[in-house]
Structures are given as structure tokens and as C-alpha cells.
Design a protein around this ligand. Structure first.
Ligand SMILES: *[C@@H]1O[C@H](CO)[C@@H](O)[C@H](O)[C@H]1NC(C)=O
Length: 487
């Protein structure tokens, strides 16, 4: 094969994400080779490349033909299921690759797997990137947000490609070199954890508006459309408005009311919460969203519990509260509660990233992370620009809530936020995400907590010692003896 006919890059794994990313790369003018063990997937992708604009894409049916069709140093993206399939695909391809070539895993991989493969690849002289890709099918086809981490040299080889393929926002393409090791996967994982939080908070806003405010789906669609023109403007708010508009083709009303209330998940949210615990970083909003997915899965138990408690005399409080509600004010309060809760959730995610960055020496640039999330990905939102600016003003910001601008917003919104949470608690409508965010805020902002009492208890039963507020050193007290003597 002549050098001129070689592809600029290759992509293996032609499920929906892989196909769409390959077509996107081809459309941006980079000739691409594609491969999948299942040959029909290759043919399908070739068909699409043809019908979607005679795109420069070639299909290959063996790992060898595929690898040899790519110009050196070769860059090969793999998009297969995380775990063992990645190892299998690497084994099949690496056999034909040469020192200096690069493997790029674009899946939602656990960062330590990436770091292991990085070492294995380097033994063969291969470079490696673990690249988080967010944006779903649509993003992959038209411009995702990409989080590549690992070999900087490998990144340099594909920089011109990913910068063209990524979503574009006013301050650049939604891609940047994240850092060494598995940092790209880790950042994508936390992105997904934040996504869990956003979705949970939006579902709570919906619950309060629907069940306390008594809003119809039509009204909800209108309100979310309205919210999408202001500070909450984001992909998730936009699609939520659309969801309320879809009629059920099998019956009366809207489809949303016919959907079983059981949430699925693939694991990145759980990893985020596990990592937060591992690093002793509080991430209560993200944890609450994960807990809610667990509880949502217990549909049968919840149905049974509702019956048992009703029989035991449990009364719905919603009706009486709803009769006295000022709808307009409730809607405005919920908007503010959602925004303030979101800021706390992002603060948790960013602080988790910071703790990991310190542990692993990744040197993450939080302003840049916020910037590349402004477009392409599921959490894309106008307010990420404010987060970017907060970290540009102060790269060592202790928490988003103490950035002067965000601090002002938190203070302005706290009365509304407390009203919504209070109302929901009295009505028996659970808002675990909003409550977690509010408690996080109220705990973090207080100069003095009741932790003094916990320290006294620990010292009493375990002689763990305590420090004092008024003098240096660590102290132990014979609490029981003194208490009994004074009594
Ligand atoms: C090819 O396609 C199948 C089915 O869609 C998938 O399970 C497999 O992981 C793909 N990837 C490769 C590299 O063969």
C-alpha cells in the first residue's frame, strides 16, 4: 500500500459511539480506517460513510489489515466495553503495531486499568491514552467533549484531530490534555458523578413542582423552557423540557408518566462515590443521587412499604400544603434551590478532582476542565463558564462556594433554597440531593460545628485525646471520674 493512501488514524469497535466518532473524524477531513470483529459492523459503517457525504473512511476485516492501513506513527482509538474486551482488543491490535504507535481507549474505563495497560504498552514501546468521551451518540457524531490523559507525546500526535472533532465553544475546542496516567478516565468518571447529581436535582425540582405545586406536564415543559433561558441554561434542562412534551402513543397523557420509576446505571457514579470516600472528600450530593438510584431499584419493596405505612396511619401531607401554595413563588424558589444545590454538587466534584490530583501529582487545571465541559458533554451548561472564571481568578480556590461571585449567589438564594427544602420535608416529598447540598453548605460555612462533642466522646471511651481552642497540644481527660465526682 502506498503511503499516500494510508489513513491518518484508526478506530476499532463500531458500536454506536464508535461509528459516530469515526464518521465525525472522517467528516473533519481526516482519513480513517475502521475495524470490528463483527464484519457487518464494518459494512454498516462503510454504508453510513457513503450516505452521510462520501466521507474518507475505509473498512478493514482483520486486525492486521486494519493496523497496516494507518500511517506511522499510528494512532488507534478503541471504543469497546470497559474491562476484558479492552484487553482483548489491545492484544489483537498490538501484535501488529510498532514502537512509537499509540493506543487510545475512548471508553468509560476504570483509571487503574488504564494505568496498568499503560505500563504493559510501554513494554512494547507503545504509547497510551485513556480518553473520556462524553456527549452520547449525538455528541460523538457532531462534537463531543473529550478528556485525554496519559502520554503527552501521544496527545501531540492526535491534537489537530481531536481539536477539530470536539465540540467548539467561544473559547476553544472542548478538549485539552488532562494530565498523566489515568487522569483522563478519572476526570470523565467525576464528570459522570456530577451528571448523576444534576439529574437527581432536576428530578427533585420536578417532584416538588408536580406534587407540591400541582403543576401539569404542560406547565413543567413551559417552566423548564423558561429556565433554559437563564442561569440554569444547560443540555439537561433543555432535554427535560422536551421530555414533558412527548405524548404517550399507547394511551392518554404524556409518556413521562408511564415510565417505570427505576433508574439504571453503569457504574461511574458508584466509582465516584467510592473514590470520594477513599480520599476523605465529602461528596454528599453525588452520594445522595447514587443512593436514590439504589432505592429506586426497590420498586416492589417501595410499593409494599407504602401499603404498610398507609395501613399504619401514614397520611399524605401534600394535599393540605398544596392548598395554601403560591405557585409563582414556588416556581421561582425551586429555580433558585436547584441552582444553589448545583453549585454545591460541582464544588464536591471539583474538590474530589483536586484531592486526586494532589495524590497522583496530575496537576489538573480546574478552569480548563470547566471549559471543556461547556460544550459537547451531558453536563454542558452556561454556568460552567462562571466556574472556569472562578478557577482562573484563583487556581487554589478552596471551594466554589467561597469564590466571591458564587458566595454572593449562594447568599442571595439561600432563603428560597431553605423554603423549598422545608416545604418538601413537611410535605413528605424527599429531596435528598437538595438536602445534601444545603447541609453541605451549612456545614462547610459554619466556623464552629458540634464536632467538639464527638471529640469529647471519643476521648471518654477511647482515650483518643482532643485539642483545645485556646491552647496548643493534645489533651486527655478522665471524663467519667470527673463527672461523677462533680455530680
Ligand atoms: C465489534 O462489534 C461487537 C458487536 O457490536 C462488539 O461486541 C465488539 O466488542 C466490537 N469490537 C471489536 C473490536 O471487535
Amino acid at each position: 500500500m502506498e503511503a499516500a493512501s494510508l489513513s491518518r488514524i484508526g478506530l476499532a469497535g463500531l458500536a454506536v459511539m464508535g461509528q459516530n466518532l469515526a464518521l465525525n473524524i472522517a467528516e473533519k477531513g481526516f482519513p480513517i480506517s475502521v475495524y470490528n470483529r463483527t464484519t457487518s459492523k464494518v459494512d454498516e459503517t462503510l454504508d453510513r460513510a457513503h450516505t452521510e457525504g462520501q466521507l474518507p473512511l475505509t473498512g478493514h476485516y482483520t486486525p492486521r489489515d486494519f493496523v497496516l492501513s494507518i500511517q506511522k506513527p499510528r494512532s488507534v482509538i478503541i471504543l469497546v466495553k470497559a474491562g476484558a474486551p479492552v484487553d482483548q482488543t489491545i492484544a489483537a491490535l498490538a501484535a501488529h503495531m510498532e514502537p512509537g504507535d499509540t493506543i487510545i481507549d475512548g471508553g468509560n474505563e476504570w483509571y487503574e486499568n488504564t494505568e496498568r495497560r499503560m505500563v504493559e504498552a510501554s513494554e512494547k514501546g507503545l504509547l497510551y491514552l485513556g480518553m473520556g468521551v462524553s456527549g452520547g451518540e449525538e455528541g460523538a457524531r457532531n462534537g463531543p467533549s473529550m478528556m485525554p490523559g496519559g502520554s503527552y507525546e501521544a496527545y501531540s500526535n492526535i491534537k489537530e484531530i481531536v481539536e477539530k472533532v470536539a465540540a467548539q465553544v467561544e473559547d476553544g475546542p472542548c478538549v485539552t490534555y488532562i494530565g498523566e496516567g489515568g487522569s483522563g478516565n478519572f476526570v470523565k468518571m467525576v464528570h459522570n458523578g456530577i451528571e448523576y447529581g444534576d439529574m437527581q436535582l432536576i428530578s427533585e425540582a420536578y417532584d416538588v413542582l408536580k406534587n407540591v405545586g400541582g403543576l401539569s406536564n404542560d406547565e413543567l415543559a413551559e417552566i423548564f423552557d423558561e429556565w433554559n433561558k437563564g442561569e440554569l441554561e444547560s443540555f439537561l434542562i433543555e432535554i427535560t423540557a422536551d421530555i414533558f412534551k412527548v405524548k404517550d402513543e399507547h394511551g392518554d397523557g404524556e409518556l413521562v408518566d408511564k415510565i417505570l420509576d427505576k433508574t439504571g446505571m453503569k457504574g461511574t457514579g458508584k466509582w465516584t462515590v467510592q473514590q470520594a470516600a477513599e480520599l476523605s472528600v465529602a461528596a454528599p450530593t453525588i452520594a445522595a443521587s447514587l443512593d436514590c438510584r439504589f432505592l429506586s431499584g426497590l420498586k416492589d419493596e417501595r410499593v409494599a412499604a407504602a401499603e404498610v405505612l398507609a395501613a399504619a396511619g401514614m397520611k399524605e401531607e401534600v394535599g393540605t400544603i398544596r392548598s395554601g401554595i403560591d405557585k409563582k413563588r414556588l416556581i421561582d424558589d425551586v429555580r433558585q434551590a436547584l441552582y444553589a444545590s448545583k453549585i454545591c454538587s460541582y464544588a464536591q466534584g471539583m474538590n474530589l478532582l483536586r484531592a486526586k490530583s494532589v495524590e497522583k501529582n496530575w496537576n489538573l487545571n480546574f478552569g480548563e476542565l470547566a471549559r471543556i465541559w461547556k460544550g459537547g458533554c451531558i453536563i454542558r451548561a452556561v454556568f460552567l463558564d462562571r466556574i472556569k472564571k472562578a478557577y482562573q481568578r484563583n487556581p487554589n480556590l478552596a471551594s466554589l462556594v467561597v469564590d466571591p461571585d458564587f458566595a454572593k449567589e449562594m447568599v442571595q438564594r439561600q432563603a428560597a433554597w431553605r423554603r423549598v427544602v422545608g416545604l418538601a420535608v413537611s410535605a413528605g416529598i424527599s429531596t435528598p440531593g437538595m438536602c445534601a447540598s444545603l447541609s453541605y453548605f451549612d456545614t462547610y460555612r459554619r466556623a464552629r460545628l458540634p464536632a467538639n462533642l464527638v471529640q469529647a466522646q471519643r476521648d471518654l471511651f477511647g482515650a483518643h485525646t482532643y485539642e483545645r481552642v485556646d491552647r496548643a497540644g493534645s489533651f486527655h481527660t478522665e471524663w467519667t471520674k470527673l463527672a461523677r465526682k462533680n455530680a
